[in-house]
Design a binder for this molecule. Sequence first.
Ligand SMILES: Nc1ncnc2c1ncn2[C@@H]1O[C@H](COP(=O)(O)OP(=O)(O)OP(=O)(O)O)[C@@H](O)[C@H]1O
Length: 862
Amino acid sequence: MLTMHLNIISDNKINKINFNNNNKINLIIKIQQNQFQQQNQQNQFNQQNQQNQFNHQNQQNQFNHQNQQNQFNHQNQFNHQNQNQNQFNQQNQFQFNHQNQQNQFNKFNPNTFIQNPNLSFKRKTYSARYYELKKKRENLPIFAHKEEILQKIKENKVIILCGETGCGKTTQVPQFLIDGGYHLTGKQIACTQPRRVAALNVANRVSQEMDVVLGEEVGYTIRFEDKTSSKTIIRYLTDGMLLREAMFDHSLSKYSVIIIDEAHERTLSTDILLGLLKQLINKRQDLKIIIMSATLESEKFKQFFIDPPVLEISGRMFPVEILYSQVPEEDYFESAIRTVMQIHIYEQPGDILLFLTGEEEIEEACKRIKKNASQLQGDLCGKLRVLPLYSALPPDVQQKVFDDPPNHIRIQHNTKREILSHEKTRNLGEKVEQKEEKEKSNEDEEKILYSRKVVIATNIAETSITIDGIVYVVDPGFSKQKVYNPRNRVESLLITPISKASANQRTGRAGRTKPGKCYRIYTKQGYEELQDQNNPEILCSNLSSVVLTLLKLQVEDLVHFDYMDPPPPETLMRALESLNYLGALDSDGKLTSLGNLMSEYPLDPTLSKMVIASSRHNCAREILSLAAMLSVPSPFFCPKEKTQQANDTHFEFHHESGDHITLLNIFHEWKSRNSNTDWAYDSYLNFRSLKNAENIRKQLSDIMIRQNFKITHTSIHHPDYYKNIQKCLVEGFFMQVAHLESSGKYMIIKDKQPVEIHPSSFLQEKPNWVLYNEFILTSKNYIRTCTKIEGEWLIEIASHYYDLSNFPKGSVKRELEKLYLRKAFRNKSFISSNQNQNQNQNQFELKFREKSIRKKRFSKLN
Ligand SMILES: Nc1ncnc2c1ncn2[C@@H]1O[C@H](COP(=O)(O)OP(=O)(O)OP(=O)(O)O)[C@@H](O)[C@H]1O
């Protein structure tokens, strides 16, 4: 058992943390005093957030009851912010004047780059679409600043670019850099995005603007998908992928310019990249860095990068009117649905984007809106296409939100088009009556019915993306945010109010291709009370993967790494401790050979440890499939109208040990059907998830083979076939195990947290020991994707973690004592000998691999 001591010597601002694992581990880290203070703040923050969540949930439950009764009777009153329009006009006026002056001084010709053959990316002929898009590009506010941007980047290693949402930063700046010749040295321009959907969407748009095939000159790289080629000069990629590239090429030598877009999001990967890039610009004289966002805390970034120039670009493409609720809404979900329906019935043409917090809320909203719309359709308004957008959806389903909107106008004769203003709006029921009355009195005139799409998204649609046709944004002001409790290692997502930066990004999804309106389902005062910026993810995440990445990047002094916001020491220590238990770090906190191998997998350390161990457990074939299945969105697909049929079909794949082998059964069945799409469809399985898993499996198996691990397997008829797989799961997940108490409830081992098995589990019984993949904190604590294991395997595989000398007292300890005794009796050996087993096992892993390398060499020689 690891113990730790934290000594604070405030005078010289040096702290010491000693990890002590029976004298084996002695890791000393110096940390600064302010980090310790920050930890306390963080703990407070976590506690507060948890508290808020429970309050919120309780309120939510109450409101759900109330609102079900009052649906459509409740009034949505919006406070028209017409002054916004005026402000916009003034601002725009100012901007245009500014632009004109700029143009005069610079004598800027937007076609310069086309005329300069050396610096241009030029084709012989361009399509009509190219010219159409070129016109649009030239009208973007950023276009007038092209020369200025190129000049500033020429003169400086780092620049910060702040410009209104939609002004053209993401799509245009990389193209400006091509015109500036930054690709001519054979290097590429990288533009990072916090989200996959944005990287893909923007790359697609820019390839159209440059009139090239996506994946050739312009491409994208997201986890497990690389759509680039040797021709690529502009690469959009997730920040996580750039970080992975840095692991293998520390100086990111293939890039001449690296753009960190949407830097305000402060994702974990962005923060680490910022620290790395700050080091890198001193090593690489030719490297340029651009930090971009519409809603950036520029002062903080300025200080971090030691005073780079900040370019501010005002003006967005089209105005967006912001409307606030006049009184605080009791239930944002109900209000959001009501607002969408009101827009559909009463507003001018244009599609709607509604932000909700997660998959469940979104699916529920889709169902409700579809139902409401079906009751209205026909005589009141046109068709409404409802589309969900959240990260667990397969990419092709996500892409549907970008499809052209449905035919917008359907004209129905004998009735008159009617649009009521918001001032007249009291409640939907009243409006419908009013409208029907007017329709009757105008029977001879024609009525125009507007069809539209409504996209219901999480905050994955908040930044970077442009969904053509979106005119109305509905923002209830909440999102799910990560919270990490290092004490019990639980990372959870809590529904919390968004920041002002997020609210402004959401507003900015309208006004991109036409003027728009943003309905904020909170008061103006509510907006003022929001915190300015998002919490940096590094302060509220499990850092195991990051620590592994940093060590692989040869950043050994994790504490003194140049973080924009240093992570809480307790979180850092927990990450080090977990990695040490997994065998990835030695007692000095250095990367072991095993850790080095683990870091090469684009997986969480628990999964990579499991994959590596699979070779020794004779189940690599199966574990590769399983790791792939655990890396994709759930394959289960349950159409609302056929839930029972779908559940029955899914049950046919179930295995009595639980969810992991059930997933494996599905994958095997899919492969035995030659990856048949119809079969997946008929089995209510998500074809895309399975296809992605296939692709991911191939990539993981390539890494395993490259690392000289044998892709072992056991015959399905062998009695140990399932046992091997279950034991191998324990290799990675031994810290994620729950025990069945005599009370009939499960308790997480060591942390003593009561949990329940998620209702979606295929486990039919209540085994004594359950290993889980995920901990979900909602109104209850759930563990999801669970498998039955034997207690003996825990002490056999992870005796270093289940070391009783440091184990908390209780029923688990008593059970484990019995198991150790039984084992000692069987082996006629002492318990203490097990304590070295973990290290022996890691040694064994490496010897196993070396043996395999030697064998290969030997066979080559022969
Ligand atoms: N897929 C698309 N379809 C239609 N127009 C698009 C598309 N992508 C971009 N545009 C147009 O290009 C403009 C600039 O988009 P871009 O993403 O470069 O802006 P941005 O300044 O990076 O915005 P944000 O800060 O929101 O990321 C948009 O306002 C829109 O007019």
